[in-house]
Design a protein around this ligand. Structure first.
Ligand code: HEC
Length: 448
């Protein structure tokens, strides 16, 4: 009996052995494709993942952070519509990494190792139409809290332009966690006096007249907008770049170049952003008691015309926790456009749909933002927690989700924007009715 079973089991063991994953054949392709863009010298990730030694040294940690979906960083849950350039490992890939680590991390046959990925150091979308540079370097100290700094640069545009993409080249990439771009149509932001010896001005707000132009987050690849879409920037505008600097143990100097790509002609259709609640919940009476685990703000808006949904995004500060944006179509079908279960201020991406999502007139958008102001929230900047209200500093909060939409009929753009403005103004009026002192806050913000 014994010899029979041994005879049966032995070949099984043997075949399991030959199939055991190796770095060169199985793990390197996963890491090169999904990790190396950030985990390589000069990029913001704290260590490289290019060689067998690099990866084996961190093997256990890699198995843990891929299983928990902390890496690769991608905060949006999977939705049926699908996003472009989704950074997500397949379950089979996560399992393969686990098996490899449990199996002692064999390196395997050098012949089966794929070529290491090549990354270009030039402008990734080709030569930009306009390159501007920070007038002076910002010096990031070796240690200390994260820094939010707005730097304004006059663009010198003699005519209105349409931006199809923005890219940047950093001099101290290790300390730049992400940036947000804004335009300031007045062109006055660059003459605003700086607070402190370094260029620019502090805070998470770029200024009252700043309109968002997207941003760059760690590892994000620059893109041209799909379907000839572009963002307007008027002549005489300043570009404002809001930096999130994260000290890395050594003093660094950041003096970025920003490359702008312009459309040859004005696009046929224009994008508009529907933000719920408006102005990052300014009118939602945000008042989060110290210690409250789940504080929610909701807002709904019914589309007054047919649009194509192009993409979605979200914003909150540190104690934002959960966000969701759904669309309920007039026929009752409900679609999740965005769901973030574990908001992390450090990873604010915009998520573009693989294909435009058709949202007919009468579709109801429902947005919700949850905050966790409990001491158990590891991202809570206040210990013990404090009462938190709406504001632009990092200990204040704000939050919203938004849909980037393109009207099916370009002629309806103005009507959609006017209708959305009514929604916003109605909320503002209701807020002032509940709390007359709120008018003062609005005036102060407008004065900025
Ligand atoms: C978009 C950039 C990016 C990509 C892609 C990426 N990482 Fe990271 N990774 C980072 C950054 C930045 C950190 C530092 C921690 C942070 O800021 O979240 C990090 C941290 C880590 C850590 C340390 C975590 C800890 O808790 O100490 C591990 C391990 C890791 N990454 C593994 C991976 C693996 C494996 C992949 C691919 C499957 C990957 N990363 C893909 C940017 C990235």
């Amino acid at each position: 009996m014994r010899s029979i079973s041994a005879g049966l089991i032995f070949p099984l063991l043997l075949s399991a052995q030959t199939a055991a994953p190796t770095f060169n054949r199985d793990i390197a392709p996963i890491v090169y494709k999904n990790c190396a863009e950030c985990h390589r010298p000069g990029e913001a990730a704290p260590f490289s993942l290019l060689s067998y030694q690099d990866v084996a040294k961190k093997g256990k940690l890699i198995a843990a952070v891929t299983a928990s979906k902390q890496m690769p960083p991608w905060k949006a849950e999977q939705v049926s519509i699908g996003y472009r350039d989704e950074r997500r490992l397949k379950d089979s890939e996560i399992a393969l990494i686990r098996t490899w680590v449990q199996g002692g991390m064999p390196e395997g046959d050098a012949k089966s190792k794929p070529e290491a990925p090549k990354f270009s150091s030039g402008w990734r979308l080709g030569e930009p139409d306009l390159i501007v540079e920070m007038p002076a370097a910002y010096h990031v100290p070796a240690e200390g809290a994260d820094i939010y700094r707005n730097i304004a640069i006059p663009l010198g545009l003699a005519e209105d332009k349409w931006i199809t993409a923005i890219d940047m080249r950093l001099t101290a990439r290790q300390v730049v966690h992400h940036v947000l771009y804004f335009s300031d149509a007045d062109g006055k932001a660059h003459s605003r006096p700086s607070d402190g010896p370094e260029p620019g001005y502090s805070g998470m707000g770029a200024g009252a007249n700043a309109s968002g132009l997207g941003g760059w987050a760690l590892g994000a690849q620059p893109h041209f907008f799909p379907d000839g879409l572009a963002m307007p920037v008027s002549k005489g505008s300043d570009l404002i770049i809001q930096y999130h600097f994260h000290p890395d143990g050594k003093p660094e100097a950041e003096k970025s170049q920003i490359g702008l790509y312009f459309a040859k002609q004005a696009p046929d259709r224009r994008m508009t952003s529907i933000q719920l609640p408006p102005i990052y919940s300014l009118f939602s009476g945000l008042d989060i008691p110290a210690g409250q685990k789940d504080y929610v703000v909701r807002d709904s808006y019914v589309l007054p015309a047919d649009v194509d949904g192009i993409g979605v995004g979200a914003h909150a500060h540190y104690i934002g926790k959960y966000m969701k944006l759904t669309a309920t179509l007039p026929n009752g079908d409900k679609q999740t456009l965005l769901e973030i279960k574990d908001w992390d201020f450090a990873w604010q991406d915009r998520y573009f749909f693989q294909k435009p999502v058709s949202l007919p007139k009468g579709t109801r958008l429902d947005g919700e933002i949850h905050w966790d102001n409990s001491p158990e929230n590891p991202r809570n900047p206040s210990s013990p927690p404090i009462r938190v209200t709406w504001g632009e500093q990092s200990k204040d909060e704000m939050g919203s989700v938004h849909l980037i939409a393109v009207p099916k009929d370009p002629a309806e753009l103005k009507a959609i924007q006017a209708d959305y403005l009514q929604h916003r103004n109605k909320m503002a009026r209701e807020r002032v009715m509940q709390d007359p002192s709120f008018l003062q806050k609005i005036r102060e913000l407008q004065a900025k």
